[in-house]
Design a protein around this ligand. Sequence first.
Ligand code: TRP
Ligand code: SF4
Length: 328
Amino acid sequence: MKEIVVTGYRTTGKLHIGNLLGNILNMLDLQEKYKCFFFFANLHALTTDFKDTSEIMNNVKIQLAEFLALGINPDKSILYVQSDIPEIAELTLYFSMLTPISRMQRNPTYKEQLKELFNKDIKMMGFLGYPILMTSDILIVHADNVPVGEDQLPHIEITRELARRFNKLYGKYFKVPKALVTKAGRVPGIDGRKMSKSYGNAIYLSDEPDVIRNKVRMMITDPKRVYKTDKGHPDICDVFYLHKSFSKEEIGNIEKECKNALIGCTQCKENLAEKISNYLSDFREKRADFLNDTDYLKKVLEDGKNTVREITKETIKQVRHRMKLMSF
Ligand code: TRP
Ligand code: SF4
């Protein structure tokens, strides 16, 4: 039997190069080796965007089309929407009974986000309890492994604690899952900060070639290289960082040309923009086709829902039984 992997994707809309290099390439590998559950975490999106929910399902549609266009395969992986699985919400309620408020307040990602997202109403129960919802996502399908970025490790720790606490109180039932840390590192955006939708510095997978070119032109290169005749330091250049992913075959050459001042940054950026556009041209076509085929997208999610609910219904039955909530 294959080990089980589960990972959720917050539904914030179209994907960017940081998502691709940081997570999705890894998911493509995982789906060959594991039994994978990939879901659209639209309830997690609600924790910060509960006031205007109008885009949430459209974001699911876009993300699904983009996942499929990148090669996430519904015959191999199970794709579903979090809010289609009511058992997740029920399990979240049970786990919230076992969670001290102070444990949530101590969560480092919570403390950080309180500072960062000061312009949103996030002093809310749902947001505080974000890791409990995540715990339920993971434990409800009995995951062995959870691929996440470094920033999510505190949540996996909470998940492990809650699994153990449940097992101790009501009898051993849940697996204690492990984090699979994705090691892609920090993908730089066009302003040098980490690429992120909220920073407005992202190159989107759906960007047209001229948009990509303009964005790449803005990227930060080796700051010490003022003139074309100055020798460059590719190791501190964001353009080079992306070349490593998109120009794998020529990477040795690019490095040499940069270090010996044989190529200017303008040309180097043009080359990168072209590589990214070529890489994504097939994707853009497939994405458009999937977006036009709403019936197919619905079917993928319907199938995913049915497959997952067979598991989650059984999990909830077992949980209720262990918590002695079955009728007398
Ligand atoms: N919290 C994750 C993030 O912000 C998304 C997520 C929700 C998730 N539920 C999950 C990831 C379960 C892994 C497993 O990226
Ligand atoms: Fe960066 Fe390319 Fe300029 Fe070298 S030549 S500093 S790799 S943009």
